[in-house]
Design a protein around this ligand. Structure first.
Ligand SMILES: CC(C)(COP(=O)(O)OP(=O)(O)OC[C@H]1O[C@@H](n2cnc3c(N)ncnc32)[C@H](O)[C@@H]1OP(=O)(O)O)[C@@H](O)C(=O)NCCC(=O)NCCS
Length: 188
């Protein structure tokens, strides 16, 4: 996982409220090109490979992709997926947040916050995520490069706390050699 796409960590400034023209909705296959374009713009790389990755994400079972549109144009997206246990001793099964990406011109406007709240509601709505039934706590997981402070700050707001550190989780390796695995137990 490359580190060059991280947003600069700016703890001294606060995000603006979500602009009124922003709409969040589930993404569908018609969004494949737009989501691939967001990834290519932020993380770089080949558009065809991003299209393939997006199609796979959109078709994946037990998974959701949400897109945020400003004046009907996709400017950010994020995923949530069930990940099965990996026999590496450090990658538990569960619902994971992943791939929250906001175009630079639309950052610090609470889009990441809104996409994260949306995905946690989706995880809570999955019956397997709440074995005790409505009103009981749900676990959500997330892993990130340890150097991605902007992402860590965003997720701290939602109660994510560090569970482990390591060079890889669920097969994802981290540039610089260290990632963080975090969990939030929440009730909605
Ligand atoms: C991380 C990212 C998704 C944040 O999206 P965003 O829409 O700009 O974030 P929000 O405006 O919703 O910020 C919500 C909170 O997150 C934290 N935060 C977000 N960006 C931050 C930054 N650059 N520096 C410090 N804190 C930040 C703040 O606590 C903020 O709350 P505030 O109102 O108190 O300032 C965005 O910077 C991005 O797309 N980065 C590149 C891709 C990436 O690293 N994704 C995460 C790993 S998968």
């Amino acid at each position: 996982m490359s580190a060059s796409f991280f947003a600069p960590y700016q703890p001294g400034s606060s995000s603006a409220a979500l602009p009124p023209g922003v709409v969040l909705r589930p993404a569908d296959l018609d969004d494949t090109g737009a989501l691939a374009g967001i990834e290519a713009a932020v993380r770089g790389g080949n558009m065809d490979l991003w299209r393939t990755a997006m199609e796979q994400a959109l078709l994946r079972p037990r998974s959701a992709v949400f897109v945020a549109c400003a004046d009907a144009v996709p400017v950010a997206y994020a995923k949530a997926s069930w990940l099965a246990k990996v026999d590496d001793g450090v990658s538990p099964e569960g619902f994971y947040l992943a791939g929250c990406t906001v175009l630079p011109a639309h950052r610090r406007m609470s889009l990441g916050r809104a996409l994260t709240a949306h995905r946690l509601e989706w995880i809570a709505a999955q019956s397997d995520g709440r074995p005790g039934g409505p009103g009981t706590a749900v676990d959500a997981w997330y892993f990130v490069n340890a150097a991605n402070q902007a992402s860590l700050a965003l997720h701290a707001e939602f109660g994510f706390v560090e569970v482990a550190r390591g060079p890889r989780f669920h097969g994802v390796e981290f540039t610089g050699g260290e990632g963080v695995l975090l969990r939030s137990s929440f009730v909605v």
